[in-house]
Design a protein around this ligand. Structure first.
Ligand code: ADP
Ligand code: MG
Length: 650
């Protein structure tokens, strides 16, 4: 294990930097990156620079022991130090803790979140199996491969990108022994189910299934060849290949993890069969309301897997029933509309399958003995793609909210403390991103989501009218811009986020925000002969509902509001993940790319506020000495007691 180092060019804690500047921070991170020291502190905040490679011994079995019961300054910076801090604070103060892991897509959030779970599992007791074959800790940890199979995908940014947000609460008894857990998930990026972007993949489970299913399973699910045989997994016959993933191997691991979590054989089969059904649905072709046998060979296969009659599936894909003045009129769809309806069904079924996975995991880890909580937030990172749509708007909005919370709980609250202590104080200026949050979530004046909701209920509302309204009403906002493009497919509106400018395409936004499934599809699924499938989309809504339907954007805003409230009640811990390059490459540190992140994360301000606070409260030399003294590397071997005394005095 490496000890803390006091090399001036690579300090463990940026508060000790001699060159307090963006360049100083970047140079320090670069020097540490070169030495495989991926973790650095700013006071209690941990920075983690993705190494894109395994670092020898960094998470060895001995490591949790080295951090257990220690204060963060006693060891080299590590994700385990943060986990220990939270775990100890939870037991000592009995306050709920939250570890907020943030960073761009591919920066290392999910890996960090898993390490936290592993740490807690390694240092805590074990006595709550409640009749399960596997311990609660095993169930919690094994939920990861299951959730990742159904909720993660390869993107251009990350081979294993989480396409859903996750807040995992670890629950404990009064002694800090894990009793169970609770997962809250946020919006799954479902367009990927039918149309992954160029060079990207759909959700892992599809490829895993095709590579790893047994012959018996293949036969039962009518899965002959590989992903190239499925319209949703290949683009013009080519499939995005990810060398780093062994899908067949992962399938077996995922199935075994399902068993460990507590999914019985039948449930596992139901879930896998739904994934197969979604694949076959995407292959349904040549749909026509007039052709009695249309839909191709894939239609009867999909129908059988769903437990519905061929004609029922075909009918629901090619017709729409509209109720006006109490009278139901069933009209045929055009071939294009039928294809869009097929895609809508695939997305809705997959999204519901993912929700079912989360519900079942929650069922397997639930507990009534939840006295203490440590939550781990691993939400999709800020991202900019070639085409950014409704999903990116939600994802980037979530990141704005978390950045805001970070500012409130660190930079703002620390400065407020100084003010309350009557310290003569020159405030550190920083970018307060509240103004961007307002631009997106505001209602008075209406922000982007409010306009989106408004257009959804306008009889003549369309993506074009939405675009016109946004451009007209928000153009004077400092963080908003819109092109004057008439062609909707080229039109963009740009939001200047805390982390950069993102151009969003309005095309398809209204539909995604409405997120309604046509009743014909819902009724067809609800009539399935398979009880698991029949209940998948929930109860059918009442026919004559006058209520304004809840939009996806509204739900997401509400969820974010609740999340921020929950987090606000916890004692926060921060892990800020940084991406050293955009090529998923080890040994490569793009200083400009890192500087950009250092800037928008407000790390310089973070360092300044902490340093200044210390400097006012105690002479800086005292503060620096304290840091040095507390570091075990400054003490000769065998001086444990003297050091402990010193720590106590300080
Ligand atoms: P995020 O969740 O932020 O999008 P991930 O946690 O999935 O990113 O990390 C992306 C990839 O980077 C991982 O699949 C892994 O290959 C690599 N990686 C991330 N963190 C580490 C780490 N601490 N050590 C080694 N490799 C890592
Ligand atoms: Mg992730």
């Amino acid at each position: 294990m490496h000890k803390r180092i006091y090399d001036k060019t690579a300090v463990d804690d940026l508060v000790l930097l001699t060159d307090i500047s963006e360049d100083g921070i970047v140079a320090n991170l670069q020097a540490r990156h070169a030495k495989d020291r991926i973790y650095t502190f700013i006071g209690p905040v941990l920075l983690s620079v993705n190494p894109f490679k395994e670092i020898n011994g960094l998470y060895s079995a001995a490591m949790p022991k080295a951090y257990e019961g220690k204060y963060a300054y006693e060891n080299a910076p590590h994700v385990f130090a943060v986990a220990e801090d939270a775990y100890r604070a939870m037991r000592r103060t009995r306050r709920d803790q939250a570890i907020l892991v943030s960073g761009e897509s591919g920066a290392g959030k999910t890996e960090a979140a898993k390490k936290i779970m592993e740490y807690v599992a390694a240092v805590s007791g074990d006595r709550f199996n409640r009749g399960h074959e596997h311990s609660v800790k095993e169930r919690l940890i094994q939920s990861n491969p299951v959730l990742e199979a159904f909720g993660n995908a390869t993107t251009v940014r990350n081979n294993n990108s989480s396409r859903f947000g996750k807040y995992m609460e670890l629950l404990f008894d009064f002694d800090g022994v894990p009793t169970g857990g609770r997962i809250t998930k946020y919006l799954l990026e479902k367009p990927r189910v039918v149309a992954p972007a160029a060079g990207e993949r759909s959700f892992h489970v599809f490829y895993q299934l095709l590579a790893g299913a047994s012959d018996e399973e293949r036969g039962r699910l009518s899965l002959g060849g590989g992903p190239e045989g499925f319209a949703s997994l290949s683009r013009e016959g080519t499939v995005a290949v990810v060398k780093a993933l062994d899908d067949g191997e992962e399938y077996l691991e995922m199935r075994s993890a399902m068993g460990d979590v507590g999914f019985d054989a039948q449930l596992q089969e139901e879930l896998v069969s739904l994934a197969a059904a979604v694949l076959h649905i995407s292959n349904v072709a040549g749909l026509s309301a007039k052709g009695a046998g249309s839909g191709g060979a894939a239609l009867p296969i999909a129908a059988a897997l769903l437990g519905v009659k061929d004609d029922a599936l075909r009918g629901a894909l090619t017709h729409r029933t509209i109720v006006t003045a109490g009278e139901a009129i069933r009209t045929p769809l055009s071939d294009g509309e039928a294809a869009a309806t097929r895609d809508a069904l695939a997305k809705a079924l997959y999204s519901a399958t993912f929700s079912a996975v989360v519900t079942e995991v929650n069922e397997a880890i639930k507990t009534d003995a939840s006295h203490l909580t440590t939550g781990i937030l691993d939400i999709y990172g800020f991202e900019i793609f070639g085409v950014n749509s409704f999903e990116q708007l939600c994802i980037n909005y979530a990141n704005e909210k978390l950045q805001q919370l970070f500012i409130e709980l660190t930079v703002l609250s620390e400065q407020q403390e100084y003010a309350e202590e009557g310290i003569a104080w020159t405030p550190v200026p920083f970018f307060d991103n509240r103004v961007v949050c307002e631009l997106i979530e505001g209602t008075k004046p209406a922000g982007v989501f409010a306009w989106l909701d408004e257009e959804c209920v306008m009889p003549q509302g369309s993506d074009t009218t939405l675009y016109e309204k946004l451009a007209k009403n928000l153009v004077s906002h400092k963080h908003f811009a819109a092109t004057t493009e008439k062609d909707l497919t080229k039109a963009l509106f740009t939001i200047t986020h805390y982390a950069g400018d993102v151009g969003y395409s309005p095309a398809g936004m209204l539909e995604k925000n409405r997120d309604t499934l046509f009743r014909d599809l819902h009724e067809m699924i609800a009539a399935s002969a398979k009880p698991f499938v029949a209940q998948l989309l929930g109860p059918l809504p009442g026919k004559a509902t006058q209520k304004r339907p809840v939009t996806a954007g509204f739900q997401f805003r509400q969820q974010m509001g609740e999340l921020v409230k929950v987090l606000g009640k916890c004692e926060p811990h921060y892990i800020r993940c940084i991406k050293p390059n955009d090529h998923k490459k080890s040994g490569s540190f793009d200083a400009d790319r890192v500087r950009h992140q250092v800037r928008y994360l407000g790390l310089l301000e973070n360092v300044q506020v902490r340093r200044a606070g210390f400097a006012y409260r105690q002479l800086f030399t005292v503060f620096a000495t304290r840091y040095r003294l507390l570091s075990s590397s400054c003490w000769p071997k065998g001086s444990g007691d003297a050091r402990a005394d010193c720590v106590a005095i300080l």
